[in-house]
Design a protein around this ligand. Structure first.
Ligand code: NAD
Length: 244
């Protein structure tokens, strides 16, 4: 049976990579999806039944209110929010300017914060699930990821905090900490950066990068009633990388 039948969901960063895989998995499991991305949705989902698109920069003023209005207008409710949109590829701290840091904070932390707040206003009293896509880099110390790791660790802290605050309202809040996932951006780093390849693939127990669909599976579980007693966790989906 369909695990997300008739659930009204919001997925940010739905036009590419992990967010696109989550969107496809949610649609396949019977959910309606409001995809939110600054880039337009690729043809494979744009015309799918149950999918609607809001093209917006999530760091813009009032972006969260626009997302909520679009979700409520389309489906009358919000059952699931996935904060997936993010930017990666950060640098050593000595090469990271305040402007760089600020952009990471805006996209990876402030935007999910604002959208979670706006969503909880709607979910309060009727329940729901929020899933934040964090990172293994926000859990373990790796080099060359200072700004990125700081924002993802912040997102994990926000996850635990909101789970504690809103559990009584039937709202479950969880995060996924993906290891290396072979999205187009990352493939280029695997090919051109021997350090990256060694630390992320050769040191990974499963010895390979993950696929976006493998994050989408974990996300579907956390969005579904199968995880009804799971809240406040940061679930590694990383081929065992963070356990070594
Ligand atoms: P991606 O670049 O392929 O997709 C990100 C999407 O988010 C894009 O479609 C982009 O347009 C959108 N986006 C970015 N900034 C936005 C903004 N300000 N407003 C609206 N949309 C915006 O990246 P991905 O690899 O699929 O990563 C998705 C998430 O997973 C990110 O949060 C990333 O940090 C996290 N993550 C990725 C990996 C990996 O190895 N790929 C590992 C750990 C965590």
């Amino acid at each position: 049976s369909l695990r997300l039948k008739d659930k009204s969901t919001i997925v940010t960063g739905s036009s590419s990579g992990i967010g696109l895989a989550i969107t496809k998995a949610f649609l396949r499991e019977g959910a309606t999806v409001l995809g939110v991305d600054q880039s337009s949705a690729p043809a494979e989902i744009a015309t799918a039944s149950g999918f609607r698109e809001l093209q917006i920069d999530l760091t813009a003023t009032n972006a969260a209110d626009q997302v909520i209005a679009a979700a409520i207008g389309g489906h009358g409710a919000i059952d699931v929010l996935v904060n997936n949109a993010g930017i990666g590829n950060s640098r050593p701290i000595l090469d990271t300017s305040d402007e760089d840091l600020n952009r990471y904070l805006q996209v990876n932390l402030a935007a999910p914060f604002a959208l979670s707040r706006a969503t909880i206003r709607v979910m309060k009293g009727r329940g729901g699930a929020i899933i934040n896509i964090a990172s293994a880099f926000g859990v373990l110390g790796v080099t060359r990821a200072s700004a990125y790791a700081a924002t993802k660790a912040g997102l994990a802290g926000l996850t635990r905090q909101l789970a504690a605050e809103y559990g009584r309202d039937g709202i479950r809040v969880n995060a996924i900490a993906p290891g290396l996932i072979a999205t187009p951006l990352v493939r280029e780093r695997i090919d051109n950066n021997p350090w990256f390849r060694r630390s992320m693939i050769e040191d990974c127990p499963l010895g390979r990068p993950g696929r976006p669909e493998e994050i989408a599976e974990a996300c579907a579980f956390l969005a579904s009633d199968a995880s009804s007693f799971v809240s406040g966790i940061v679930m590694p989906v990383d081929g065992g990388w963070s356990s070594t």
